[in-house]
Design a protein around this ligand. Structure first.
Ligand SMILES: [Zn+2]
Length: 367
């Protein structure tokens, strides 16, 4: 599915992903043609997020930083030869998840930073302290003698293992917009398109018409199960239709390999399937947790291509958020509600023997 013009020009040489899986594509800086680049991180699991770079005349645009300082520094070092003649002028954060903005502190004070107003509000809820709390909860649970708690603790801790959240200074984007805006960078026009709330409350995408390229943020996941923290699902489907209507040939997803409209159609079919299945379970009065377990283990689902995607247990969050939507319960989920969802999600991962990344599940007979 990778467009022909995309190739890795500065690989990191990593033989394994951060979660010790075999990489499905090369990690490093990819040349997309038309002076566009992407920092690609296999396999698109937790924090294995991609960034984009547009190089114009004397100015560049960066789309997203990464989940911590060290990984963002490695990326910026690889981009340095490109940035010498065209320093960063603008950083766009596609949404408020930490894996798309927690490297912002490495971006110079003179660089403009922008995100949607809704994402900016949500950024203040996603502080490094909240993730450190999650990590410490994982450690505490691992130390308990109770099997299921130990399993959840291992899963929480394993998610944080490749990252250093202690070094992160909360640095949200300064400027905000709503709707759609055009910006000019080194003589090139880019369009920032707000499509949230969908994955999060303020998702946006960056469209580069002169290169028929889109940096889609987490509206597009490839080979990795999309997770819906906000919804409604209709907004997500509308955003995917919007991409299909754009004049684009190359799409950089928030997670997973570079793709094209076929990849977008696959994400659309995932949401159509999950939406329909959730609706049926809701009508039959199944609980959200039971519905998630049933859907993700069904013969129907297992025959579909997205059953092979990384982190199928995200179905747990997706069904809960769909149920909230069906029942008219909107608004932000509390931190405690989110942690409880992650707990259920972790336990679901243990019930799915094929779920990747494998190292997040501690397989131990004593549990
Ligand atoms: Zn992400």
């Amino acid at each position: 599915m990778t467009p022909k013009n995309a190739r890795c020009i500065a690989p990191t040489g990593a033989k394994r992903t951060r979660f010790r899986e075999r990489p499905a594509f090369e990690e490093g800086l990819w040349d997309l043609g038309h002076d566009l680049y992407a920092w690609m991180v296999p396999n698109g699991s937790w924090g294995e997020s991609n960034s984009g770079l547009l190089v114009g005349k004397g100015q560049s645009l960066l789309v997203d930083t990464l989940w911590d300082v060290r990984h963002t520094r490695t990326m910026l070092d690889a981009m340095d030869p490109l940035l010498r003649g065209a320093p960063l002028h603008l950083l766009v954060n596609t949404h408020a998840d930490g894996d798309h903005f927690w490297g912002n502190q490495l971006i110079g004070e003179d660089v403009e930073t922008i995100t949607s107003a809704a994402a900016r509000t949500e950024m203040d809820l996603h502080t490094p302290a909240s993730m450190l709390g999650f990590m410490n909860l994982g450690k505490a649970l691992m130390a308990t003698p109770i099997g299921p708690a130990k399993r959840v603790g291992h899963w929480f801790s394993a998610m944080c293992l490749p990252y250093n959240f202690y070094e992160v200074t909360h640095t949200p984007a300064k400027e905000t917009f709503s709707g759609t805006v055009w910006r000019e960078i080194g003589g090139r026009k880019v369009q920032l398109i707000e499509v949230g709330p969908a994955h999060t409350s303020g998702d946006l995408m960056v469209y580069v018409p002169d290169a028929k390229t889109l940096f889609a943020g987490d509206i597009v996941f490839i080979g990795s199960t999309p997770v819906m923290w906000a919804g409604p699902v209709e907004n997500w489907l509308n955003a995917l239709d919007l991409i299909l209507d754009l004049d684009v040939e190359t799409i950089v997803p928030g997670h997973g390999p570079v793709t094209n409209k076929d990849g977008v159609r696959m994400v659309k079919s995932y949401w159509e399937y999950v939406h329909g299945a959730a609706r049926r379970c809701h009508e039959q009065k199944h609980s959200a947790a039971a519905a998630a377990r049933q859907i993700v283990s069904s013969v129907d689902f297992l025959a579909l291509p997205f059953a092979q995607w990384d982190s199928p247990e995200r179905m747990m969050t997706n069904i809960h958020v769909l149920y909230r939507q069906f029942e008219g319960r909107g608004g932000h989920m509390s931190v405690l509600a989110k942690i409880n969802l992650m707990r259920k999600q972790a336990l679901l991962a243990y019930a799915l023997p094929g779920a990747a990344p494998k190292m997040m599940r501690r397989v131990d007979a004593s549990l």
